[in-house]
Design a protein around this ligand. Structure first.
Ligand SMILES: Cc1ncc(COP(=O)(O)O)c(C=O)c1O
Length: 374
């Protein structure tokens, strides 16, 4: 009998999302848990987005605008581009998938960095592609020269997350510019800016300022993080018309639902909410860093981050810390699946959530360390 699926699907390891609060509470019979595991916005959604979505609840029987005109127009205005240069997706994850399905075949190769967003290799493997992983440089930062060096004549797509998940690190503008110029013109470069709004580094610049450097460049943004719409699902890509046109041939006709289209368009205009989200993130990060510093004598350290999470090095296996924190009703993200077994990733919640996470860490680490010594 013919194999049910090809080897590339048989060996594909699915994406492991953060543990939902309801699941934890059901399993342990506890209440009042907090989730700092999926880099969600602790303020909730933009209120303007909620209002826009609520108005559409009675329109659920009507198909969405397949071309998402209003949302694409809002994105185009926001970025000063033409609506034909914008594609929207069911989260930016879908935009990444559409890009791979559009531009790549099983004969092509993808270049990713080690310790980068897990979806890139998953999407490419599902397409049957070969994936090359470039090493990072210290401290867990994209090495764009190594990535350029990993490109072969078979490479069709390259993914740069800036800033990167799960490390929180970024590449400075001059390095990104040099990379965009160095990559052969036939390669599609995806610069994934899911955490763009949080960046404070002065030498960072969005790839939207570098579009003149190459034709085959797709810039991805999401409404899941700073705009607080992870559950509503909306993201977008900006690229030259020629690329967007081809991606639209692959895109499913009604890929962004009616709530998401108007909620995202309203969120984009909610400047005050984005500013508030960034401010509370800065506040939470300062509290988290100070608390981790105080735990330094137990062997805790972290990677400097430009995002709404910190990659935290733990003195015992990260999964042990994750398990112990679960029992305290605090969900963080173990990193073994990323090959970072000595780390957990902690999303920056509200100041109170961060303090609770730190207090729990302070309680579980001594016990874990003494168990380790025994
Ligand atoms: C770097 C990066 N890109 C893309 C995504 C996908 O986000 P969404 O599909 O919710 O837009 C994430 C989500 O965590 C991410 O960390």
């Amino acid at each position: 009998m013919k194999a049910l699926v090809g080897e590339h699907i048989e060996t594909l390891k699915p994406y492991v999302p953060g543990k939902p609060i309801e699941e934890l509470e059901r399993e342990l019979g506890i209440e009042g848990s907090i989730k700092l595991a999926s880099n969600e916005n602790p303020l909730g959604p933009s209120p303007k987005a909620t209002e826009a979505a609520r108005a559409l609840l009675t329109k659920g029987h009507i198909y969405p605008d397949g071309a998402a005109h209003r949302l694409r127009a809002a994105v185009a205005e926001f970025h000063g581009v033409s609506a034909d240069e914008v594609i929207t997706g069911n989260g930016s994850n879908e935009v990444l998938t559409i890009a791979v399905r559009t531009f790549c075949t099983a004969d092509d190769e993808a270049v990713v960095s080690e310790y980068s967003f897990a979806a890139y290799p998953i999407i490419c493997q599902a397409q049957g592609m070969t994936i090359r992983r470039a090493p990072m440089k210290d401290p867990l930062t994209f090495d764009l020269e190594a990535m350029a060096a990993a490109i072969t004549p078979k490479t069709k797509i390259v993914f740069v997350a800036n800033p990167n998940n799960p490390t929180g690190t970024y590449v400075p503008a001059d390095e990104l510019r040099a990379f965009l110029k160095a990559v052969p013109e036939e390669v599609v470069v995806v610069v994934d800016e899911a955490y763009h709004e949080y960046v404070q580094a002065e030498d960072y610049a969005s790839a939207e300022t570098m579009r003149d450097l190459r034709e085959r460049l797709i810039i991805c943004r999401t409404f899941s993080k700073c705009y607080g719409l992870a559950g509503i699902r909306a993201g977008y890509g900006i690229a030259p018309v020629e690329l967007i046109d081809r991606m639209n041939r692959v895109r499913e006709p009604f890929n962004v639902n009616i709530l998401a289209q108007d909620a995202a368009a309203a969120a984009l205009k909610d400047v005050e909410f984005v500013e508030r989200s960034v401010r509370i993130n800065e506040e939470g990060r300062a509290i988290l860093e100070a608390g981790l510093e105080a735990l330094g004598e137990l062997g805790v350290s972290w990677i400097p981050s430009q995002t709404n999470f910190l990659l935290v090095k733990t003195p015992v296996e990260g999964v042990q810390v994750y398990d112990a924190l679960l029992r305290k009703g605090v969900i963080v993200r173990p990193m073994a699946g990323y090959g970072l077994g000595e780390y957990v990733r902690i999303s920056i919640g509200t100041p109170d959530e961060v303090r609770r996470c730190l207090a729990s860490l302070g309680e579980v680490l001594p016990a874990l360390l003494s168990r380790e010594e025994a």
